[in-house]
Each structure stands twice: as C-alpha cells, then as structure tokens.
Design a protein around this ligand. Sequence first.
Ligand code: C5P
Length: 308
Amino acid sequence: MTRRARVPALAKINLDLRVLGKRPDGYHELRTIFQTISLADSIELAFTPSRKPAIALDDPAAIPDNLVVRAAGLLFNALRIRGRLDIRLDKRIPMGAGLGGGSSDAAAVLLALPVLAGKPAKIEALLELATQLGSDVAFFLLGGTAAGIGRGGELFPLPDTPRRAGVLVTPGLHVSTVEAYRALSPRLTSELQQNKIFSFQSLTWGGGVSAANDFEAVVFEQHPRLAALKKRLIRTGAEVAMMTGSGSALFGLYPSRDDQHRALHLLGDAQAFPFSLVNRARYRRMWWQALAPYAAERMWPPTSRHPR
Ligand code: C5P
C-alpha cells in the first residue's frame, strides 16, 4: 500500500542577522531571528514498503545539489526504513535568494517521511539530522519566529512577530552564501562582536533597537542594484526594509494590507509580490492537516513550553 502526502515547505526571512566571527570549525557564529512566511514550495511524497530501499526524485527544475534526496537518505539509514520513496518537487521559492528554499524542502522530508513510513522519530533525532544537512534546516522543523544562534541551528522560540503585511522583491540574482561569508569575515572584530551581542539581546527583549543584516554591507557593494532596491522599499513606506540571509531577496514590512497594496503599486515590479508572516501555531496546523491521515497524534512539530 502506497502512502501519499502533499506537504508544504515554507520560505523564511531573517528579521535580524548578525555575524559575530569565525569559529574554530570554520563556520561563523551567528545571532539571527528566523521567521516563516507564506511563500512555499510544494512537495509530494509517496512511500511504498518494499525490501529494497529506493529514493527517486522528480524535479522539473533539476536542482543539482539535492538536499531533499540527502535528507531522505539520512532518514532511511537512521530509522532503518525499508521501502521506495518517490518525491515530486514543485519549486516556487527562488534559489540563492536567502529564503531557505532548499533547507525547507529538506526539513519537509525529515518531518513527513517518518510519518509516512510509520516510524515516528523524536525531534532530537531530527534536529541532529537537520544539522548534518545545513545550518538553516533545523529551523524549518519548528517554524514561526525563533532566535538562531551558533551556526544558526541552535534555536529558541520567540513570541510571534506582531501581524505585518510583507512585500518580497526577488531580483533574480544568485548570491553565493560561501562568497558572502568570505567577503564579510575579514571585517569582523571582537569589539564589533560585543556590540552585536548586546544589540541582538536588546532586540529580542523588544528594546527599541533597529534590526540589521550584516551581509548587506558586503553584498550591496557587489550588487549596487540591491542597495537601490532597499531604498525604493523604504520610500514605499516600509517600517522595515532589509535583505534576507545572504541575499539576494529583500523584503519590506508594512502595518496594514492597504499599505502593502500601495507599496506594490508604487514598486510596479513583476519581481515584487505580497506575503504574510506565518506563526508557529499556523505552521503546525499546516503540517497536521497535510499528514492527518497517517498521524495518530499531533506530535510534531514539537510544542514549546513558552510562546505559542
Ligand atoms: O550550513 P550550510 O551548508 O547551509 O552553509 C553553507 C556555507 O555557508 C558553509 O559552507 C559556510 O561556508 C557558510 N556558513 C558559515 N557560517 C554559518 C553558516 C554557513 O560560515 N553559520
């Protein structure tokens, strides 16, 4: 019997992103605030029990480094899954845009496959596998608003961001994350590091500090068009206008839907479109609905003890 599900893989934005310095493991120490948004890929999974394990991906966009297949492979091993998994990816999140599309697709497989295969996994185990796949993957096991520290995969829940209407601009540029870190790294000092820790802490406590993305300094130098886009977003009345991740997408947040519509009209740009923030409760609901036929209990994503 084949068990099928169509699951969502939401995009993220970074509401704040500070790079402190290089760590002994070669990665960079981060302080960031992740937020899931309504833009999403759609993934169809079909699992058929069989003696011989197999993973097949039907990906119309033919994405070369396939985190989805790697995620499935890790789970097959970790949970000793016996069966055939067919995956179909419907990509809507642009790649190389700082929106976490590939990471979210991988996390979606980590959440859905154990349920389809009838081998529920503990969140601790999934978080560990997520970290092996990439720094952003763990966040998508949780969703909503979260503070990410360390490599970005050590996550703490934050209260929901106040309701805002968003505009995303995807300029069609592919920014290499590795290159962006390489350009930023020599500019990081221990004095800056202390300031960033205090600013980030104040921000999460709601201390009236303005949000920032450290990658803007280096990525805007390489792509002045992105700096100009940020200025345009500010001129449309955005309360916050920032690049997400290491770019190239930028977002603006507006107090109301009316303001959002006005901004879209002013931008008059085919690459600008509306989005909404997706909080943790809604993120969970989407998952429960997608996997309802196969899940005995609502066990994932885990409920935190603190903010909803
Ligand atoms: O973890 P992930 O594979 O997504 O990271 C891609 C690259 O970005 C890493 O190889 C590393 O060069 C850089 N990176 C970093 N520090 C982080 C996250 C990523 O230096 N916290």
